[in-house]
Design a protein around this ligand. Sequence first.
Ligand code: CDP
Length: 774
Amino acid sequence: MTQSIGVSMKRKEDPRFIRGRGRYLDDIKLPGMLYLALVHSPYPHARIKSIDKSKAMAVPGVKAVITGEDLDAAKLEWLPTFHGYDKQMVLAFGKTLYQYQEVAGVIATSREVAHDAVELVEVEYEPLDPVVDPYQAKEDTIILRDDREPKTNHIYHWEVGDKTATATALDTSAVRIKERIISPRCHPAPLEPCGIVADMNKATGRLTLYMTSRAPHVHRTAFSLVTGIPEDKIHVISPDVGGGFGNKVPVYPGYVVATVASVIIGVPVKWVETRTENLTTTGFARDYHMDVEIGATKEGKVTALRVSTVADHGAFDAAADPRKYPAGMFGIVTGSYDFPAAFAEVDAYFTNKPPGGIAYRCSFRVTEASFAIERGMDLLARKLEMDPVELRRQNFIKKEQFPYSSPLGFTYDSGDYAATMRKALDIIGYEALRKEQAEKRKRGELMGIGISTFTETVGAGPGKQFDILGIKMFDSAEIRIHPTGSGIVRAGTRHQGQGHETTWAQIVGEELGLDPQELLVEEGDTDTAPYGLGTYASRSTPVAGGALALAARRIREKAKKIAAHLLEVAEDDVEWKDYKFGVKGIPDKSVTMKEVAFAAYTNPPPDTEPGLETSYYYDPPNLTFPYGTYIAVVDVDADTGAVKVRRFLAVDDCGTVINPMIVEGQIHGGLAEGFAIAFMQEIKYDEDGNNLNTNFTEYLIPTALETPAWETDRTVTPSPHHPIGAKGVGESPNVGSPQAFVNAVMDALAPLGVTHIDMPLTREKVWRAIRNAS
Ligand code: CDP
């Protein structure tokens, strides 16, 4: 297996080979289009006593005001959640369950008129006591969801692993740590918020939905199930978007209200969120409160891991939760380490906050798991007075143990964790940094080195374990090669800036010996693309990437028959070598794929169907397990608590690399997000349930000024089961980096006896920890 694919073609050798087109939702303006604006509840928990539409309806240009009662009359008030265990309100009906919950929709001739008329919709509320803290929700003194039985805020209990063996191993361990580690509520905050243009054409009976959705096929199915409109009468088009990061997978009330309005009125209706709507109502991420316990011998060999989690799911259980998906993939919590015993459990609760728990640049709950184990290992190293690098080295799953069966039920495909860490330590100059730190500590200066040697799991499917609305999580590819050897490639995924137009063409070009520049890639149109489950959680390369390679190989199989016909030899004598069909033993007799393509339409063998096209639906046999070693070097100002990230190195291993420049871009972007989560971002609520981070002056986005300079490198350990050995990569930097930053700051504060501070490590929190310690 080569280090990266793309060594054959002129264009692919050039790491700058990137292309793309662009059409954004904002560009879509249709004749007669109306605009939707939503009315939001100021109260996190309140009974709705009445809604008076009359003043809003009297505004010139206002065409309709839609409430939860109207939707209820049309039996459209409740939406199914993707995992199917709960349902969620479209517009608040009877009660509001979180601040900013959508209560009504105003449809008007312009966005401005719609937003102004929102102010005139008079809603009378009777405020109720809110439940903001999941530990308070656990008490069940206030029940939030009247619509459910039994009457409890507890949503589910999930567990995995050997509880008894883990308890015994922990009780008998020579050394033990226990810490509550919180992965706070944060938000993907894509620069372009969510939106839709719903266009019901009453003449044709077809509903066209231009949506920022990253899972257009699933959304079409969901809309069909909810509205009863046959799937063939629904056309979903996902235009390019300004970032998604998991935020654009759920179905939001705005989508449904705009669609209902268009169906009723018979003209296009557009809804585009405001920034505040995006931050306050759409899918949040994380909010896991994890009690992490690790046992070890005095020499530093780990004996057991137990993680008990309280999860805050908000008002509806819209998250992909552990009951159905293996731990929402939380079972990866044993990380890169060979634990003889492990046990993890999650209890989820309703609170008066918006729903979410989405896969923000991660596979559902992998980021939380990775944070827990990497912080836990550092706390253990501190207790053992051991170098965290040495503790990791001693406990890594070894290269020869792959495929590795983890005690929590995953089969890791491949890895060489020690080699990747070695490379990272060499590049960063670990020994020299530790010497420098020792010198600085003598002078009272606070310098820290933080390491994260994470393993994650990406690529949902396989279909036997993963589904959405019961649909297996496969993905698909369709390839059509034209007579002149150019072609069109379609996939069931939909990128949001990850460059599928480049990498999908590269995969197919590589398999077929065709120039990727001459392969047009299309995604995101349900009328043309094959059915797929969409793009999130770094599943595109592990799943659709596999489908593309296998579809191309199907084309090659047929092309081989045609080549034999052209070469006038038996098919068994034809071999695929150096991107051509040759005749075994006769080096100068060959035909190219372009020649074969022409023959497929002009001169196919007598027993062969003309044309050169195929499709492939790929259900992967396993997930893929990318990993990496990240190292942060920080200096902390003892007087102000300011943290300066002096260096940050990411050495990633995502198996075979398709496009080095895109992979590098993915790492850079994800590290910036990991940095923001570690130091700046949290969606906070006050005790009354008010959201304190409703815009970008309160929810901070790092600019080029704050963001550190990234150093990157890689090792390559191909996935043995993926058709081209590739693993996903997009989420690795977000999954792997927050703990490297936090470990570095804790290392800097170690001389003061500070062991843990919850993210985000704001200047104030760090300053307080220093002050309290001294
Ligand atoms: O599902 P999503 O596209 O977000 O994530 P991904 O599969 O990790 O891919 C992100 C981008 O990196 C895509 O353009 C991939 O084809 C590219 N990539 C790559 O070039 N080599 C890999 N081994 C993995 C991803």
